[in-house]
Write a protein that binds this ligand. Sequence first.
Ligand code: NAP
Ligand code: ZN
Ligand code: ZN
Length: 346
Amino acid sequence: METRGYAALAANTPLQPFAFERRELRAGDIAFDIKFSGICHSDIHQAREEWGSAIFPMVPGHEIVGVVTAVGSAVTKFAIGDQVGVGVFIDSCRTCENCLAGQQQYCLDGMTGTYNGYERDGVTVALGGYSNKYVIDQDYAVLVPANLELSGVAPLLCAGITLYSPLRHWKAGPGTKVAVIGLGGLGHMGVKFAAAMGAEVTVFSHSASKEADAKRMGAEHFVVTKDPAVFEGLKESFDLILNTVSAKLEINLYLGLLKLNGTLVVIGLPGEPYEVSAFNLLRLRRSLAGSMIGGLPELQEMLNFCSEKNILSDVEIIKADYINEAYERTVASDVKYRFVIDASTF
Ligand code: NAP
Ligand code: ZN
Ligand code: ZN
């Protein structure tokens, strides 16, 4: 299937137009026309090899939404015309205990990433969502409720689920105090979800200009982190802190803000390790945890939650030829709050 997209050919060169072929439909596959594809900071980390060596040419993109155009002979879950989404993985072993529990992102054999990796045959390089057409096994796609507008849905497939899952796991809700560090693509979804679940939400940001937006999204409090004195008055305040920052932070400052039994969840993925103070963890029996995206059942649950509560990502829709500028602006924290590529421009 002839496909047009954008690819990185090396870690230090701009992305450029790239034509390639996707497989023809197998019995269990669906094909869809991509409508929108979100730009996640993970795309930038990988295209620039900030997490280690990568596979080139790389077609990034794991926030993919579109409309089904064809279904294989054995497909039962989708019909032509359905709105569909694909996130950060396209396959997994399907037999380990985590896959069977619907936690495919934690597959014991390793999830199959949407790009920058090999499909399960071990030879086909997976090419992601910065493109106009897509083919996937029906079991690894999700149905997007018809009332949701697709451009604002694309970021839900990674940014959305990545914040929804820890908020559910650590039981955010009425009576809990939740902090979100970093108001970017992931962080802004965390604010919307935590507020919709009934938690009291605080945003920690190094961009003072984002305060009004944070409050519009549901935050009650907004803390500008440039002056370390702000941390003093907030010690022992939060049940749950979600760190979505793409750069390395002074994590001990934030551990000190947790209440008894509070948890700080590492979500942002800077390439270098954190130094954690043992004293900060022991005091008040605090936990430092991690969380990675979410499994397929939870992805569907999140989309249904969005449909019910009318939650979408705040997006800036761009054309394909703006991708490189969008990368620069994302790195500079100048994004409101997710760049989404109009796939008709590939
Ligand atoms: P993003 O849109 O660039 O947002 C990151 C935000 O972090 C920025 O908007 C900024 O918010 C803050 N920030 C950036 N640089 C900073 C610095 N030097 N100091 C302090 N704050 C800074 O990125 P994203 O797409 O949300 O992704 C965030 C991170 O999560 C990335 O590392 C990404 O790879 C990772 N990620 C993890 C998962 C997972 O499963 N755990 C999934 C997807 C992405 P303020 O301006 O408000 O400070
Ligand atoms: Zn992502
Ligand atoms: Zn598995």
